[in-house]
Ligand binder design. Sequence first.
Ligand code: GNR
Ligand code: NI
Length: 172
Amino acid sequence: MAILPIITAPDPRLKLIAKPVDKVDDNLRKFLDDMLETMYDSEGIGLAATQVGDLRRVLVLDVAQKEGGKEPMFFINPEITWESPEENVYLEGCLSLPGQFADVVRPKTVKVKFLDYNGKAQEIEADELLATCIQHEIDHLNGVVFVDHISSMKRDIIMRKLKKEKRLAQTS
Ligand code: GNR
Ligand code: NI
């Protein structure tokens, strides 16, 4: 197991489009285990491969984390097959935009098909926080971050803060 460095914005690698995985093998499972360890270490509830500089279409989630017991979930080649017309607003954050938060509107419920940790095809219906988190992570695989869903004025304020923080971190 290993903790992987997380890429923070602005960084061109966060805009890359991930490529589908063609085989679920031990090499991929080792990477998924490392992603999960990285996510827990950073106290996140989700992590997409894009955030650790890898272009495979995989993500890990654990939205139960805050209530105690661990409930890791692994999604390989996830695809949203249905979105509810009903929407929901969540105050979102992102490990790649540290310290930044904004309200994001998304479909409240989605159906997602994917391959699981063993390479078996699955389809689930996700609601509320799980639905928000899955959509946030699939966005990462498509080079999209949560601030791409908010007004350009709010996005500019957040991106300016992140650029300034990076500049300060480099020159200190
Ligand atoms: O840890 C995270 N919390 C979170 C809160 C609300 C909506 C989405 C998220 S995902 C985020 C971890 C992360 O950046 N995943 O890409
Ligand atoms: Ni994120």
